[in-house]
Design a protein around this ligand. Structure first.
Ligand SMILES: *[C@@H]1O[C@H](CO)[C@@H](O)[C@H](O)[C@H]1NC(C)=O
Ligand SMILES: *[C@@H]1O[C@H](CO)[C@@H](O)[C@H](O)[C@H]1NC(C)=O
Ligand SMILES: *[C@@H]1O[C@H](CO)[C@@H](O)[C@H](O)[C@H]1NC(C)=O
Ligand SMILES: *[C@@H]1O[C@H](CO)[C@@H](O)[C@H](O)[C@H]1NC(C)=O
Ligand SMILES: *[C@@H]1O[C@H](CO)[C@@H](O)[C@H](O)[C@H]1NC(C)=O
Length: 578
């Protein structure tokens, strides 16, 4: 079966409950396959496995698969969680298996710093130095060592790798493979001629990741929220969160009736629950790790620090041997979504990416409705479009400066842009009005949709501090709403932006580490695999770029992301592109 056939199968299923089951079966088998066949798992490389194993998949396997994966676990926040449907629980279980990260071989007590990964003592080597040509694959071996220079014996460190050229303003993200013995390899497709250099960065030691993993499961309370309840001249401020301890007073239940996304506040003493006015990030807990653990998160020492080459990190890439570079890249396409050349992102596979200016964006979006939902990384797309479309005018700055909702219209060309934030958790100091909080799935259910409607989603940054189950449930609801939308309004264009790496220091990384984001990234990709949805690979677009990581990528990257979306929105629909 080809990719196209899979998509057709899924499409035919839309709207039938049974077929949702089939999709789930696919997931089950992928993860099973993944687990048994890949002792070494490609980080970053995210699942085109769907297309590899489908031949073996029969819907009748459902009950078996279900059996295999339906083991019991304690849900996050059991006293407040709504019971999951068997399908959701199954998928959640599979995803948790899928993102399982190697655990360092020690107990709950962190080892001394001297025994942990040290980027300065660690080195990488380019394998088989020879004359490289465009279309070849470059492989790099990384040996991690501890602070005393001893080779590490286990894996689980978070490394990022890229190959780039400042001269050509070119770059591509590497695929990092953890051999689980202190050795890693990174692979890069060679996509441009001339010089290039390899950069490897250790984001976290495996010992630091173990701390983060514990915090994510055990301390989801490390960010907390509040609301002011008020009536007349009386007001009370109460603590709120997705999960609250049961024994500290009665609760107000703000769980969404349609999506089941949980939200609770302690009940005010004098006021009723429906007097909630606003929503704000109250703070984050300090001192949640001990002094030994703090040493694992030192900027410039072991937090996002480069690993150097043992000899050279530079290569020269000759022209393709056969003069045709595109023929030979098939092996790399699966994992590499694209690369920069002259600061312009070139997508590999799918629709050819074009460049757009104000006039061509206007032309592309004429008579279109563009609904953007999510966090501030989606607001960046809205802001970019508002600045480049010449005839656009903003209306209704009704909400907060940062959270919206925002709306902009080009009356001449009949273009409507809207941005709305996702529902809680929103980890921002900006005060939000409680009645303005909306969940994306509900908003999507209110859209008419159709070929002139574009929906763009970016949901990740605010979920980093919380257990993966929270994110899974949110995406589960959003995906169901997307499927309903595509079912009732075929031709609606849906675009999903992935997470991206960001600048890190110790305090930030305890809540918003790239490790959390990468885990969410894996979940997101797996959950939208096989749907007629375009994924914009923000992760690779930021890893490959020469600018420093930032939760809000610089305009040069945002422009490329929006161009990927527009290339898809305004592709030539008369031609088959797959
Ligand atoms: C997946 O792999 C992990 C670690 O190797 C193992 O503990 C787990 O039992 C496996 N799960 C399945 C369903 O095979
Ligand atoms: C909160 O409300 C939701 C939706 O009505 C409900 O399913 C859930 O059980 C409630 N939670 C508690 C703890 O009562
Ligand atoms: C860690 O360091 C302390 C103090 O230097 C020492 O007593 C202890 O044995 C070390 N632990 C390990 C596991 O090496
Ligand atoms: C690399 O290219 C140079 C110049 O074309 C040539 O002299 C050399 O033999 C080549 N080396 C290898 C290992 O192919
Ligand atoms: C507001 O406060 C004043 C004095 O502090 C009090 O007399 C009055 O009853 C209050 N009004 C309401 C609606 O609670």
């Amino acid at each position: 079966m080809t990719v196209r056939q899979v998509k057709v199968t899924v499409k035919m299923c839309l709207g039938y409950r049974k077929c949702i089951f089939i999709v789930l079966t696919l997931f089950g088998l992928i993860f099973f396959q993944h687990n048994i066949s890949n002792v070494e798992s490609w980080k970053n490389h995210l699942v085109s496995a769907l297309y590899k194993v489908q031949n073996r998949i029969q819907p009748s396997n459902l009950s078996e698969t279900h059996q295999a994966f339906h083991h019991k676990r304690t849900p996050y926040c059991p006293h407040l969680a709504q019971p999951l449907s068997p399908e959701e629980e199954l998928e959640e279980r599979n995803l948790l298996d899928f993102i399982a990260w190697p655990q360092p071989p020690f107990g709950s007590e962190a080892p001394n710093l001297s025994q942990t990964s040290d980027p300065v003592h660690s080195h990488f080597t380019i394998v088989n130095a020879k004359n490289w040509s465009v279309g070849d694959q470059l492989e790099v071996h990384v040996q991690l060592r501890d602070f005393k220079g001893r080779p590490k014996r286990y894996g689980g460190d978070l490394l990022l790798a890229r190959l780039h050229s400042l001269k050509d303003r070119a770059g591509v993200a590497g695929q990092v493979l953890d051999h689980r013995n202190g050795l890693y390899s990174a692979r890069f497709p060679l996509l441009w001629e001339g010089s290039a250099q390899v950069d490897v960065v250790m984001v976290h030691s495996s010992e630091a990741v173990a701390v983060l993993q514990r915090l994510r499961e055990k301390r989801p309370d490390r960010v907390y929220f509040s609301s002011i309840f008020g009536q007349g001249n009386h007001s009370e401020k109460m603590v709120c969160n997705m999960c609250l301890p049961p024994d500290q007073g009665p609760l107000c239940n703000f769980t969404d009736l349609h999506t089941g996304d949980p939200w609770y506040c302690y009940k005010p003493k004098m006021l009723s629950c429906d007097t909630r006015n606003n929503y704000v990030l109250e703070g984050s807990l300090e001192n949640i790790i001990n002094s030994k653990e703090e040493l694992l998160f030192q900027s410039g020492v072991n937090l996002k620090v480069p690993i150097h080459a043992s000899t050279s990190n530079a290569i020269i890439v000759l022209p393709s041997r056969k003069g045709d570079s595109t023929q030979k890249l098939d092996h790399a396409k699966v994992a590499t979504s694209g690369y920069y050349y002259q600061d312009i992102w070139r997508s590999l596979g799918g629709v050819t990416k074009r460049q757009f200016d104000g006039a061509s964006i206007t032309q592309c979006l004429t008579n279109k409705l563009v609904y953007m939902y999510g966090d501030s990384t989606m607001r960046q797309w809205y802001e970019y479009l508002v600045t480049v479309i010449p005839g656009i005018k903003e209306f209704n700055q009704e909400g907060g400066v940062k959270v919206g909702p925002f709306m902009a219209i080009d009356l001449t060309h009949n273009i409507l842009l809207k941005f709305r934030f996702h529902g809680p958790p929103i980890v921002t100091r900006t005060t939000l009005m409680a009645h303005k909080l909306r969940y994306i799935a509900n908003e999507l259910d209110g859209l008419t949709g159709g070929p002139d409607t574009v929906v763009a989603l970016s949901v990740w940054a605010h979920f980093a501090p919380f257990p993966v189950e929270v994110y899974h449930h949110r995406l589960w609801q959003i995906r169901k709403a997307v499927v309903r939308l595509l079912d009732r309004a075929p031709g609606t264009v849906v675009v999903v932006r992935t997470p991206n790496p960001r600048a890190q220091d110790r305090d930030l990384s305890l809540k918003f580490s790239d490790w959390f984001s990468l885990q969410l990234d894996t979940v997101l990709r797996a959950m939208f695999e096989g749907l007629d949805v375009l994924l914009v690979d923000a992760w690779q677009m930021c890893v490959a770029h020469h600018q420093p990581h930032d939760v809000h990528p610089p305009r040069a990257i945002v422009m490329n992301m929006v161009d990927v979306m527009l290339s898809h929105v305004c592709r030539d629909r008369t031609k088959k592109t797959e």
